[in-house]
Design a protein around this ligand. Structure first.
Ligand code: SOE
Length: 380
Protein backbone atom coordinates (compact mmCIF):
# COMPACT_ATOMS: atom_id res chain seq x y z
CA UNK A 1 0.00 0.00 0.00
CA UNK A 2 1.37 3.45 -0.90
CA UNK A 3 2.30 5.41 2.16
CA UNK A 4 1.07 8.94 2.83
CA UNK A 5 3.92 11.48 2.90
CA UNK A 6 4.46 13.56 6.04
CA UNK A 7 6.54 16.56 5.06
CA UNK A 8 9.03 17.55 7.73
CA UNK A 9 10.43 21.04 8.28
CA UNK A 10 13.38 20.88 10.67
CA UNK A 11 14.46 24.02 12.53
CA UNK A 12 18.07 23.76 13.77
CA UNK A 13 20.73 21.33 12.63
CA UNK A 14 22.99 20.64 15.59
CA UNK A 15 23.40 17.36 17.46
CA UNK A 16 19.62 16.95 17.88
CA UNK A 17 18.91 17.83 14.25
CA UNK A 18 21.08 14.84 13.33
CA UNK A 19 19.43 12.41 15.78
CA UNK A 20 15.94 13.37 14.57
CA UNK A 21 16.90 13.29 10.88
CA UNK A 22 18.30 9.81 11.35
CA UNK A 23 14.97 8.83 12.91
CA UNK A 24 13.00 10.13 9.92
CA UNK A 25 15.32 8.42 7.45
CA UNK A 26 15.31 4.98 9.04
CA UNK A 27 11.74 4.63 10.24
CA UNK A 28 10.04 3.42 7.04
CA UNK A 29 12.68 0.73 6.49
CA UNK A 30 12.26 -0.76 9.95
CA UNK A 31 8.57 -0.02 10.63
CA UNK A 32 7.13 -0.99 7.22
CA UNK A 33 3.51 -1.22 8.41
CA UNK A 34 3.08 2.48 9.19
CA UNK A 35 0.66 4.41 6.96
CA UNK A 36 2.82 7.55 6.92
CA UNK A 37 6.31 8.09 5.54
CA UNK A 38 8.38 11.14 6.60
CA UNK A 39 9.75 13.25 3.77
CA UNK A 40 12.75 15.50 4.52
CA UNK A 41 11.24 18.58 2.90
CA UNK A 42 13.25 21.47 4.35
CA UNK A 43 15.84 22.34 6.97
CA UNK A 44 16.04 25.81 8.43
CA UNK A 45 19.05 27.56 9.95
CA UNK A 46 20.27 31.15 10.09
CA UNK A 47 23.35 30.55 7.93
CA UNK A 48 22.43 29.49 4.38
CA UNK A 49 25.77 27.72 3.70
CA UNK A 50 25.51 25.64 6.85
CA UNK A 51 21.84 24.81 6.24
CA UNK A 52 22.68 23.79 2.66
CA UNK A 53 25.58 21.63 3.82
CA UNK A 54 23.26 19.89 6.30
CA UNK A 55 20.57 19.48 3.60
CA UNK A 56 23.12 17.93 1.23
CA UNK A 57 24.49 15.63 3.90
CA UNK A 58 21.12 14.37 5.16
CA UNK A 59 19.00 14.62 2.02
CA UNK A 60 16.67 17.54 2.77
CA UNK A 61 15.05 18.83 -0.43
CA UNK A 62 15.35 22.54 0.38
CA UNK A 63 16.50 25.09 2.94
CA UNK A 64 15.14 28.18 4.67
CA UNK A 65 16.99 30.75 6.73
CA UNK A 66 13.91 32.16 8.49
CA UNK A 67 11.72 29.77 10.49
CA UNK A 68 8.69 32.00 9.89
CA UNK A 69 8.99 31.28 6.17
CA UNK A 70 9.29 27.57 6.87
CA UNK A 71 6.10 27.64 8.92
CA UNK A 72 4.28 29.60 6.19
CA UNK A 73 5.02 26.95 3.56
CA UNK A 74 2.03 24.91 2.37
CA UNK A 75 4.24 21.92 1.60
CA UNK A 76 5.28 21.45 5.27
CA UNK A 77 3.09 19.28 7.53
CA UNK A 78 5.18 19.05 10.69
CA UNK A 79 7.67 21.40 12.30
CA UNK A 80 10.50 19.80 14.26
CA UNK A 81 12.15 22.22 16.70
CA UNK A 82 15.83 21.50 17.44
CA UNK A 83 16.87 25.02 18.40
CA UNK A 84 18.11 26.21 21.81
CA UNK A 85 15.44 26.26 24.52
CA UNK A 86 14.81 30.03 24.38
CA UNK A 87 13.12 29.75 20.97
CA UNK A 88 10.91 26.66 21.57
CA UNK A 89 7.92 28.73 22.72
CA UNK A 90 7.91 31.31 19.92
CA UNK A 91 8.35 28.73 17.16
CA UNK A 92 5.82 26.30 18.64
CA UNK A 93 3.14 28.91 19.17
CA UNK A 94 3.54 30.22 15.60
CA UNK A 95 3.61 26.68 14.16
CA UNK A 96 0.43 25.75 16.04
CA UNK A 97 -1.33 28.89 14.80
CA UNK A 98 -0.38 27.84 11.25
CA UNK A 99 -1.94 24.41 11.86
CA UNK A 100 1.34 22.47 11.75
CA UNK A 101 2.03 19.34 13.76
CA UNK A 102 4.93 19.92 16.18
CA UNK A 103 7.77 17.76 17.45
CA UNK A 104 9.75 19.80 19.98
CA UNK A 105 13.16 18.93 21.45
CA UNK A 106 13.30 18.69 25.25
CA UNK A 107 12.93 20.48 27.58
CA UNK A 108 9.57 21.86 26.48
CA UNK A 109 10.40 25.44 27.47
CA UNK A 110 12.50 27.81 29.56
CA UNK A 111 9.99 27.64 32.43
CA UNK A 112 6.45 26.49 33.15
CA UNK A 113 4.75 29.82 32.37
CA UNK A 114 6.09 29.55 28.82
CA UNK A 115 5.20 25.87 28.77
CA UNK A 116 1.60 26.68 29.67
CA UNK A 117 1.36 29.09 26.73
CA UNK A 118 2.68 26.37 24.44
CA UNK A 119 0.17 23.82 25.73
CA UNK A 120 -2.64 26.35 25.23
CA UNK A 121 -1.48 27.01 21.66
CA UNK A 122 -1.34 23.36 20.54
CA UNK A 123 -4.60 22.51 22.27
CA UNK A 124 -6.45 25.51 20.77
CA UNK A 125 -5.12 24.57 17.31
CA UNK A 126 -5.79 20.86 17.83
CA UNK A 127 -2.46 19.91 16.27
CA UNK A 128 -0.61 16.66 17.06
CA UNK A 129 2.38 17.39 19.29
CA UNK A 130 5.15 15.58 21.13
CA UNK A 131 8.36 16.36 23.02
CA UNK A 132 11.53 14.35 22.33
CA UNK A 133 12.16 12.60 25.64
CA UNK A 134 13.84 9.74 23.83
CA UNK A 135 14.99 7.56 26.73
CA UNK A 136 11.45 6.25 27.32
CA UNK A 137 11.91 4.44 24.06
CA UNK A 138 14.98 2.42 24.98
CA UNK A 139 13.51 -1.12 24.89
CA UNK A 140 14.79 -1.90 28.42
CA UNK A 141 13.13 1.26 29.78
CA UNK A 142 9.86 0.45 27.98
CA UNK A 143 10.12 -3.04 29.48
CA UNK A 144 10.48 -1.49 32.95
CA UNK A 145 7.20 0.35 32.30
CA UNK A 146 5.52 -2.89 31.30
CA UNK A 147 6.73 -4.72 34.42
CA UNK A 148 5.60 -1.92 36.72
CA UNK A 149 2.19 -1.65 35.03
CA UNK A 150 1.73 -5.40 35.41
CA UNK A 151 2.17 -4.89 39.17
CA UNK A 152 5.31 -7.02 39.41
CA UNK A 153 7.04 -4.58 41.76
CA UNK A 154 4.01 -4.17 44.02
CA UNK A 155 3.93 -1.05 46.15
CA UNK A 156 6.84 1.21 45.24
CA UNK A 157 8.96 2.65 48.04
CA UNK A 158 11.96 4.28 46.36
CA UNK A 159 12.86 5.88 43.03
CA UNK A 160 16.52 6.83 42.63
CA UNK A 161 17.97 8.43 39.52
CA UNK A 162 21.20 10.09 38.37
CA UNK A 163 22.44 11.76 35.22
CA UNK A 164 26.17 12.37 35.51
CA UNK A 165 28.52 14.02 33.03
CA UNK A 166 31.95 15.69 33.20
CA UNK A 167 32.27 17.84 30.08
CA UNK A 168 32.16 21.33 31.66
CA UNK A 169 34.85 20.95 34.33
CA UNK A 170 37.42 23.08 32.50
CA UNK A 171 37.19 26.77 33.46
CA UNK A 172 38.44 27.61 29.96
CA UNK A 173 35.30 26.32 28.31
CA UNK A 174 33.35 29.34 27.07
CA UNK A 175 29.59 29.75 27.31
CA UNK A 176 27.11 30.68 24.58
CA UNK A 177 26.85 30.18 20.84
CA UNK A 178 26.75 26.98 18.81
CA UNK A 179 27.13 23.79 20.87
CA UNK A 180 27.80 25.73 24.10
CA UNK A 181 24.45 27.47 24.45
CA UNK A 182 23.63 24.87 27.16
CA UNK A 183 25.95 26.84 29.46
CA UNK A 184 24.22 30.17 28.78
CA UNK A 185 21.24 30.74 31.08
CA UNK A 186 19.57 33.07 28.60
CA UNK A 187 19.52 30.37 25.93
CA UNK A 188 19.00 27.30 28.12
CA UNK A 189 16.85 28.56 31.03
CA UNK A 190 18.76 26.38 33.49
CA UNK A 191 21.72 24.02 33.59
CA UNK A 192 21.59 20.35 34.50
CA UNK A 193 18.06 20.70 35.87
CA UNK A 194 16.41 21.40 32.51
CA UNK A 195 18.98 19.55 30.41
CA UNK A 196 19.54 16.30 32.31
CA UNK A 197 17.23 16.00 35.33
CA UNK A 198 14.37 16.70 32.91
CA UNK A 199 15.18 13.33 31.28
CA UNK A 200 15.23 11.61 34.69
CA UNK A 201 11.92 13.24 35.59
CA UNK A 202 10.19 12.40 32.34
CA UNK A 203 11.04 8.73 32.84
CA UNK A 204 10.17 8.88 36.54
CA UNK A 205 6.72 10.38 35.96
CA UNK A 206 6.06 7.81 33.25
CA UNK A 207 7.13 4.89 35.43
CA UNK A 208 6.08 6.04 38.90
CA UNK A 209 3.51 8.85 38.54
CA UNK A 210 3.46 12.51 39.57
CA UNK A 211 5.66 14.36 42.05
CA UNK A 212 4.07 16.21 44.98
CA UNK A 213 6.88 18.28 46.48
CA UNK A 214 10.65 18.74 46.36
CA UNK A 215 13.62 20.00 48.34
CA UNK A 216 16.73 20.77 46.34
CA UNK A 217 20.25 22.16 46.27
CA UNK A 218 22.13 23.45 43.26
CA UNK A 219 25.71 24.61 42.75
CA UNK A 220 27.52 26.61 40.10
CA UNK A 221 31.15 25.59 40.43
CA UNK A 222 32.58 27.88 37.76
CA UNK A 223 31.13 31.32 38.39
CA UNK A 224 32.36 33.17 35.29
CA UNK A 225 33.08 32.11 31.74
CA UNK A 226 33.94 33.89 28.52
CA UNK A 227 30.80 34.39 26.45
CA UNK A 228 31.24 33.41 22.80
CA UNK A 229 28.74 35.99 21.56
CA UNK A 230 30.00 39.05 23.48
CA UNK A 231 33.66 38.07 23.78
CA UNK A 232 33.51 39.13 27.45
CA UNK A 233 33.89 37.17 30.68
CA UNK A 234 30.37 37.01 32.11
CA UNK A 235 28.71 35.48 35.20
CA UNK A 236 27.48 31.92 34.74
CA UNK A 237 23.74 31.73 35.45
CA UNK A 238 23.14 28.01 35.12
CA UNK A 239 23.22 25.26 37.74
CA UNK A 240 26.27 23.01 37.19
CA UNK A 241 24.96 20.42 39.65
CA UNK A 242 21.63 19.72 41.28
CA UNK A 243 20.38 17.18 43.79
CA UNK A 244 16.87 16.89 45.15
CA UNK A 245 14.55 14.78 47.26
CA UNK A 246 10.85 14.44 46.54
CA UNK A 247 7.60 12.72 47.46
CA UNK A 248 5.74 11.04 44.63
CA UNK A 249 1.93 11.08 44.60
CA UNK A 250 1.95 7.30 45.23
CA UNK A 251 3.80 7.80 48.53
CA UNK A 252 7.22 6.66 47.34
CA UNK A 253 10.38 8.69 47.98
CA UNK A 254 12.53 10.09 45.18
CA UNK A 255 16.25 10.89 45.20
CA UNK A 256 17.72 12.58 42.10
CA UNK A 257 21.18 13.89 41.26
CA UNK A 258 22.70 15.45 38.18
CA UNK A 259 26.02 17.15 37.52
CA UNK A 260 28.42 17.99 34.72
CA UNK A 261 31.33 17.69 37.21
CA UNK A 262 31.45 13.93 37.85
CA UNK A 263 34.92 13.29 36.45
CA UNK A 264 34.90 10.05 34.47
CA UNK A 265 31.17 9.97 33.72
CA UNK A 266 30.07 10.97 30.22
CA UNK A 267 26.33 10.25 30.21
CA UNK A 268 25.71 8.01 33.20
CA UNK A 269 21.92 8.07 33.29
CA UNK A 270 20.67 5.48 35.77
CA UNK A 271 17.53 4.69 37.70
CA UNK A 272 16.65 2.15 40.35
CA UNK A 273 13.16 1.43 41.64
CA UNK A 274 12.56 -0.58 44.80
CA UNK A 275 9.16 -2.16 45.27
CA UNK A 276 7.62 -4.44 47.85
CA UNK A 277 7.93 -7.52 45.61
CA UNK A 278 10.74 -6.65 43.22
CA UNK A 279 13.30 -4.03 42.18
CA UNK A 280 14.58 -2.91 38.80
CA UNK A 281 17.54 -0.85 37.72
CA UNK A 282 18.84 0.49 34.44
CA UNK A 283 21.99 2.23 33.19
CA UNK A 284 22.34 4.13 29.91
CA UNK A 285 25.94 2.91 29.51
CA UNK A 286 24.56 -0.63 29.28
CA UNK A 287 21.26 0.39 27.75
CA UNK A 288 20.06 -2.92 26.36
CA UNK A 289 20.03 -4.56 29.80
CA UNK A 290 17.37 -4.32 32.51
CA UNK A 291 18.37 -5.59 35.93
CA UNK A 292 15.55 -7.24 37.84
CA UNK A 293 15.36 -8.73 41.32
CA UNK A 294 12.26 -10.74 42.22
CA UNK A 295 11.77 -11.64 45.87
CA UNK A 296 9.40 -14.48 44.81
CA UNK A 297 12.31 -16.41 43.23
CA UNK A 298 13.43 -19.64 44.91
CA UNK A 299 15.75 -18.47 47.69
CA UNK A 300 18.59 -20.71 46.47
CA UNK A 301 18.82 -18.88 43.16
CA UNK A 302 17.36 -15.52 44.16
CA UNK A 303 19.44 -12.62 42.88
CA UNK A 304 19.63 -9.87 40.29
CA UNK A 305 18.68 -11.03 36.78
CA UNK A 306 20.41 -9.27 33.91
CA UNK A 307 17.74 -9.23 31.21
CA UNK A 308 19.28 -8.70 27.77
CA UNK A 309 16.45 -6.89 25.97
CA UNK A 310 16.90 -8.15 22.44
CA UNK A 311 14.28 -10.86 21.95
CA UNK A 312 11.39 -10.13 19.61
CA UNK A 313 8.88 -10.00 22.46
CA UNK A 314 10.72 -7.06 24.06
CA UNK A 315 9.31 -3.59 23.28
CA UNK A 316 10.26 -2.43 19.75
CA UNK A 317 12.72 -5.32 19.20
CA UNK A 318 10.77 -7.33 16.66
CA UNK A 319 11.38 -4.45 14.21
CA UNK A 320 15.16 -4.90 14.38
CA UNK A 321 17.58 -7.82 14.18
CA UNK A 322 17.52 -11.32 15.63
CA UNK A 323 17.59 -12.23 19.35
CA UNK A 324 20.90 -11.40 21.00
CA UNK A 325 21.78 -8.51 18.69
CA UNK A 326 21.36 -5.18 20.37
CA UNK A 327 20.44 -1.67 19.25
CA UNK A 328 21.56 1.71 20.65
CA UNK A 329 20.94 5.39 21.38
CA UNK A 330 19.99 6.46 17.86
CA UNK A 331 17.20 3.88 17.68
CA UNK A 332 15.26 5.64 20.45
CA UNK A 333 14.65 8.49 18.00
CA UNK A 334 13.54 6.08 15.28
CA UNK A 335 11.06 4.68 17.83
CA UNK A 336 9.75 8.13 18.67
CA UNK A 337 9.18 8.90 14.99
CA UNK A 338 7.42 5.53 14.59
CA UNK A 339 5.18 6.24 17.59
CA UNK A 340 4.42 9.74 16.29
CA UNK A 341 3.46 8.42 12.83
CA UNK A 342 1.28 5.74 14.44
CA UNK A 343 -0.39 8.39 16.60
CA UNK A 344 -1.36 10.39 13.51
CA UNK A 345 -2.67 7.23 11.87
CA UNK A 346 -4.81 6.33 14.90
CA UNK A 347 -5.69 9.86 16.03
CA UNK A 348 -4.23 9.27 19.51
CA UNK A 349 -1.67 11.46 21.36
CA UNK A 350 2.04 10.68 21.14
CA UNK A 351 3.40 10.69 24.66
CA UNK A 352 4.89 12.82 26.08
CA UNK A 353 2.64 15.50 24.63
CA UNK A 354 3.28 19.17 25.40
CA UNK A 355 0.78 18.86 28.27
CA UNK A 356 2.66 15.88 29.73
CA UNK A 357 6.06 17.52 29.27
CA UNK A 358 4.72 20.56 31.11
CA UNK A 359 4.57 18.41 34.25
CA UNK A 360 8.32 17.82 33.99
CA UNK A 361 8.82 21.56 33.54
CA UNK A 362 6.76 22.30 36.65
CA UNK A 363 8.92 19.97 38.73
CA UNK A 364 12.09 21.57 37.33
CA UNK A 365 10.76 24.99 38.31
CA UNK A 366 9.93 23.74 41.82
CA UNK A 367 13.44 22.26 42.12
CA UNK A 368 15.11 25.55 41.14
CA UNK A 369 12.81 27.51 43.43
CA UNK A 370 13.55 25.18 46.35
CA UNK A 371 17.30 25.45 45.81
CA UNK A 372 16.96 29.23 45.94
CA UNK A 373 14.66 29.42 48.95
CA UNK A 374 16.19 26.44 50.82
CA UNK A 375 12.62 25.29 51.52
CA UNK A 376 10.38 22.37 50.48
CA UNK A 377 8.27 23.49 47.50
CA UNK A 378 4.92 22.02 46.38
CA UNK A 379 4.94 21.24 42.68
CA UNK A 380 1.44 22.44 41.82
C1 SOE B 1 23.93 17.30 27.15
O1 SOE B 1 25.26 16.95 27.11
C2 SOE B 1 23.08 16.26 26.40
O2 SOE B 1 23.44 16.27 25.05
C3 SOE B 1 21.60 16.57 26.56
O3 SOE B 1 21.26 17.83 26.02
C4 SOE B 1 20.78 15.46 25.93
O4 SOE B 1 19.40 15.71 26.09
C5 SOE B 1 21.17 14.14 26.59
O5 SOE B 1 20.43 13.10 26.04
C6 SOE B 1 22.65 13.87 26.45
O6 SOE B 1 23.36 14.97 26.96
Amino acid sequence: MAKKPLNIGLVGYGFMGRTHSNGYKRVSDFFPDLAYRPVLKAVCGRTAEKAQAFADQWGYESIETDWKKLIARDDIDAIDICTPNNSHAEISIAAAAAGKMILCEKPLSMNSEQGQEMVKAVEAAGVPNTVWYNYRRVPAVSLAKQLIDEGRLGRIFHYRSNFLQDWTISEDLPQGGAALWRLDVNAAGSGVTGDLLAHCLDTAIWLNGGVKDVTAMTETFVKERMHNETGKVEPVGIDDACAFLCHFDNGSLGLFESTRYARGHKALYTFEINGEKASIRWDLHDLHRLEYFDHADDSLIRGWHHVHCTDGDMPYMKQWWVPGLQIGYEHTFVHQVADFLKSIETGTPCSPTFAEALETQQICDAVLQSAKSRQWVDVK
